[in-house]
Design a binder for this molecule. Structure first.
Ligand code: ZN
Length: 409
């Protein structure tokens, strides 16, 4: 009889020289030792890096693989000219919702969730449009997939009024219904409203709904290249006012990248008070949150995939190593310490932003880990291959290999 249900042997770990064996029992990491361990099942890491699994802190899961339905116009508007036309892009992209049907949304979303499992994603913040065009057709399939995949990948489903609240009468009632159906998080997109007053009202109503139902809030804030946009500040202020401290996530917040430094520092101070976490997606738009500056000011920042082959981004595989690889370039983070910080933004810090505070590879922690293709953070980023082995809840859930055959003579 072995001591452990599963042993991952001959593993390299971050920040620790030597090779280690990881003993897993009862869904937990029970031991990390240099000496050999015996398991009912044994995985040979073969000197590759083993870390906690990945976290995708932001994905529009109901619209994955819809780019071919919608065409390129919205994509061009969203990514062009410092994002001056980001609002127009959202209006163009909304056309896809005329076709919204659970019959194709569910298989598309399922395909993206399976890609996430293959790439070792264990937690995901998944947005579903809930508005007068999508109604509940976007969120129902995601709630179903959440229940089906729980324990392999945990989806936190956000009821997201993509077209605004005051701009889209009827959306608020639909978000309320989605929360009653079991949505985990109340969404919001205040910057898209037509005035600051409406934006503040939007934030207020969604925070009140979250507080009433014991939910978190996750909002798309200031998602354009305009320093006049201040809805991140509104989100932090209303979180404090509604007793939602530590229960909010600011997504995108691109306009912060155009603020003068005193404004960045003031916002960071307020975000610390509200314990507001941030998610940035530097590959999906030309304007971006100053991720390192915010992190240095004590604000947790995660990376998200954001989109997969939709009207806002033409690529994406739920591969957080690929997202991190792109962020290394976009954020000019090619030094080893910078790469390590980026790696934290798709693992432990991203988990903190989603309120999963135990997500660390350590004795007593959850047995959610990946055996990577490469022996260092730099090497796994360079290759951004899917993990060789993915362990979730102490169980092997996916394995991948890449092979090439040469015929050179
Ligand atoms: Zn987004």
């Amino acid at each position: 009889m072995a001591d452990y249900a599963l042993v991952v042997g001959d593993a390299m770990l971050r920040g620790r020289p030597g090779r280690y064996n990881i003993g897993i029992a009862g869904g937990k990491v029970a031991a990390i030792e240099a000496g050999s361990l015996r398991g009912d099942t044994e995985i040979d890491a073969a000197g590759n890096l083993v870390t906690e699994s990945f976290v995708n802190a932001h994905l529009h899961l109901c619209k994955v693989y819809t780019l071919d339905r919608i065409g390129d116009d919205a994509l061009a508007a969203y990514t062009g000219a410092s994002m001056g036309a980001a609002m127009t892009a959202i209006e163009l992209a909304a056309a896809v919702k005329e076709q919204y049907d659970e019959g194709w949304i569910e298989p598309n979303a399922r395909r993206a969730v399976i890609e996430a499992v293959r790439h070792g994603v264990r937690h995901m913040l998944a947005f579903a449009d809930v508005d007068t065009r999508a109604e509940l057709r976007g969120i129902r399939p995601l709630l179903k997939l959440r229940d089906e995949f729980r324990g392999i990948i945990d989806l936190q489903v956000v009821a997201f009024p993509q077209d605004g609240l005051l701009r889209d009468p009827g959306a608020e009632e639909l978000v309320r219904t989605a929360v009653e159906l079991g949505a985990d998080v109340v969404g919001g997109i205040p910057w898209i409203e037509h005035s600051d007053e409406d934006a503040r009202e939007h934030v207020r109503r969604m925070c009140a709904l979250a507080a009433e139902h014991g939910r978190k809030v996750a909002m798309l804030v200031d998602d354009a290249g305009d320093p006049a946009l201040r809805t991140t500040e509104m989100l932090a202020t209303e979180m404090i006012r509604h007793g939602l401290i530590g229960r909010g996530i600011a997504n995108h917040a691109r306009a912060v990248g155009t603020y003068a430094e005193p404004s960045v520092r003031r916002l960071a101070g307020l975000a610390r008070r509200a314990r507001l976490g941030f998610v940035t997606d530097p590959h999906t738009g030309p304007v971006r949150l100053p991720a390192f500056a915010m992190a240095e000011l004590g604000v947790p920042v995660a990376l998200g995939q954001d989109d997969i082959e939709d009207a806002y981004y033409p690529f994406g595989r739920n591969n957080m190593l690929e997202v991190a690889f792109l962020a290394v370039h976009a954020l000019e983070a090619v030094s080893q310490p910078a790469m390590d910080r980026i790696y934290d933004m798709v693992t432990a810090v991203a988990a903190d932003v989603l309120g999963v505070h135990s997500h660390r590879l350590e004795t007593g922690g959850p047995a959610d880990l990946v055996v990577l293709d490469g022996s260092s953070v730099r090497e796994v980023l360079a290759r951004h291959n899917p993990p060789r082995h993915v362990v979730a809840g102490g169980r092997l859930v996916a394995e991948s290999a890449t092979t090439s055959t040469f015929h050179l003579e």
